[in-house]
Design a protein around this ligand. Structure first.
Ligand code: SAM
Length: 213
């Protein structure tokens, strides 16, 4: 199994575009079987259902979470960023009901002053373990783009308990090294944090909601 974890930003973005050119077609039919915790973590977002909030999902993929968030928060403005145009094409179809309050952008999330305290929620769902090596940089950027009461929400793989699975996931661009949870706890004020076993304990997944410190 060839290790496909990227070591630079340009390589990371290019490898995602080519990986998801095909995967976008089968994504919605397959990923619900192993991307656990997505619906659960959204229930821990600490805003009332009628709040007029702005939500950004980094690596929104086919829009599964934005669709759910659109139902949970009917007054929310929804933003999705992704580097894969193929995933965003699927997202446009899945989110056609939300056209009037939806912005989808084909670009990476990066360090800088583009958003400046604009979002109440920034969600990373099964994206950070694929954003190598720059995942910490993205988490460091999030507080700058959150409102004072804003929260970062993360759901992702935690770590592999079986070495062959860790290698298999690395050949699919995913890092399972358990680094997300300690980094989040150190850098955000924890409101919700759980690590749970995935399929028969082969891997663990994590869920986190935190306010900026
Ligand atoms: C496993 S999918 C998760 C999609 C969605 N968040 C979900 O939970 O179903 C990872 C997504 O992150 C996107 N992605 C990877 N690197 C990215 C980056 N640097 N900036 C923005 N999106 C990225 C990929 O193109 C892909 O759509």
């Amino acid at each position: 199994m060839k290790d496909k974890i990227s070591t630079n930003r340009e390589g990371q973005v290019e490898s995602m575009r080519s990986y998801y050119a095909f995967q976008a077609k089968i994504y919605d039919a397959t990923r619900w079987t192993f991307l656990y915790g997505r619906n659960t973590v959204l229930k821990h977002i600490p805003f009332p259902a009628d709040a007029s909030i702005k939500i950004l999902e980094v690596g929104c993929g086919t829009g599964v979470n934005l669709r759910k968030l659109g139902q949970m928060f009917p007054n929310a403005e929804l933003y999705g960023l992704d580097v894969s145009g193929d995933m965003l094409t699927q997202a446009e179809k899945n989110l056609s009901d939300y056209e009037d309050r939806l912005t989808l952008l084909e670009e990476p999330y990066e360090k800088g002053n583009k958003y400046n305290g604009e979002f109440d929620v920034i969600l990373f769902s099964y994206a950070l373990t694929m954003i190598n090596p720059q995942w910490q940089e993205l988490l460091d950027q999030a507080p700058h783009d959150l409102t004072e009461q804003g929260v970062v929400v993360v759901v992702d793989f935690h770590k592999a308990n079986v070495e062959t699975y860790r290698k298999f996931m690395r050949s699919n661009h995913v890092r399972l090294d358990g680094q997300l949870v300690p980094y989040l706890i150190d850098n955000f004020d924890t409101k919700y944090c759980k690590i749970k076993p995935g399929l028969v304990g082969v891997w663990d997944y994590m869920m986190f909601v935190g306010k900026k410190k």
